[in-house]
Design a protein around this ligand. Structure first.
Ligand code: SF4
Ligand SMILES: [Zn+2]
Ligand SMILES: [Zn+2]
Length: 323
């Protein structure tokens, strides 16, 4: 199959767009499309300082690469979660991020926050001590990552926080939320989450219209080394099953995933359903960390980590084992 724009062999065929492109034109297309989405959804401008949350996976590193190629002021934030899982998950993902930075030479800023160094326990240890070893650490992990991202964005003066969520992630989340009619979550879903007056950073997802396979192809063609393995705790997650279901649908109806998500945004715009209602939620300031919270007292991050520290001092030898 030939590239639509030249006579070279196509490296990727995107059935939903009826578009096949060679490596050079595919890279150009991804970067131009990202620029278009940033402008269309008013995510940020070249005057803004952007903090990119990089996990070491293909999407977040591709996002950082694209923003740098487009000339945006983009710095990285890596959060060390202390997850091993028999595959050195955190160490390996950190190595990929570090390699990305080194390959691009001086002038790139990477903030590194190690959860264990800063708060005294890795994510699996923290989860074990508050949940007494039951279940996965994902809720502690999500809570901690959100807190750190917001704190670094605020303390370091960034205008916007960008994450590498792709269309497969967003469509699967939307699917899950719709199955449950989780109105609160549906209201918060979207490519742009505005900053709150009380100090929550503005959050954007510039890759939300790209399929996962397009991001994998982009990372490969740009020579970005990334961690292939998912976090070991992601295994068996409902969102993975939702992704599989949507992929099955996509095979018989190319573009189904994209239409599902775009029609959701369109319905919100046209009919006013699932409008974000952030302004109606009263926020307080956490007396411990100073971040906004819906709780009139301490925020859930501070409460959780206080409990973790209490439990860790009670059981100093109860070191957690990773999965
Ligand atoms: S899957 Fe892993 S990285 Fe994701 S929230 Fe769970 S523990 Fe954290
Ligand atoms: Zn071409
Ligand atoms: Zn707090």
């Amino acid at each position: 199959m030939k590239c639509r724009k030249c006579t070279n062999r196509a490296a990727i065929n995107m059935r939903q767009h009826k578009l096949a492109l060679c490596p050079e034109h595919f890279i150009e297309w991804v970067q131009q499309q990202t620029e278009r989405f940033i402008k269309k959804y008013r995510m940020f401008t070249r005057d803004d300082r952007v903090l990119v949350a990089v996990s070491g996976g293909k999407d977040s590193l591709a996002l950082w690469d694209i923003l740098l190629a487009l000339g945006y002021q983009a710095d990285g934030l890596y959060i060390g979660l202390g997850i091993d899982g028999g595959i050195d998950y955190s160490a390996e993902s950190h190595r990929c991020v570090q390699k990305f930075v080194e390959e691009r030479g001086d002038g790139l800023t990477l903030h590194v926050v190690d959860v264990e160094v800063l708060y005294g326990a890795s994510i699996p240890e923290a989860a074990r001590s508050v949940a007494r070893g039951r279940g996965k650490p994902c809720s502690v992990c999500g809570l901690t990552k959100r807190h750190i991202m917001n704190r670094v964005a605020r303390d370091e003066g960034y205008d916007v926080l960008a994450t590498g969520h792709n269309l497969d992630d967003e469509a699967a989340t939307l699917f899950g939320n719709t199955l449950q009619w989780a109105v609160g979550y549906l209201r918060r879903q979207g490519p742009v989450l505005p900053a709150s007056a009380q100090g929550l950073a503005r959050k954007v997802k510039p890759l939300f219209r790209f399929y996962e396979r397009e991001m994998a192809a982009y990372a490969l063609l740009r020579g970005i080394e990334y961690i292939y393995d998912e976090c070991p705790y992601a295994a068996g997650a409902t969102s993975i099953r939702h992704k599989e279901l949507l992929n099955e649908l996509e095979i018989s109806s190319p573009g189904a995933k994209l239409q599902f998500y775009l029609h959701f945004l369109q319905a919100r715009e046209q009919y006013g359903i699932f409008q974000p209602q952030d302004s109606t939620v009263e926020l307080h300031t956490c007396p411990t960390c100073g971040q906004p919270t819906t709780n009139p007292e301490q925020c859930s991050f501070c409460r959780t980590w206080e409990r973790v520290r209490e439990q860790m001092t009670k059981r100093p030898t109860a070191k957690a084992t990773n999965p």
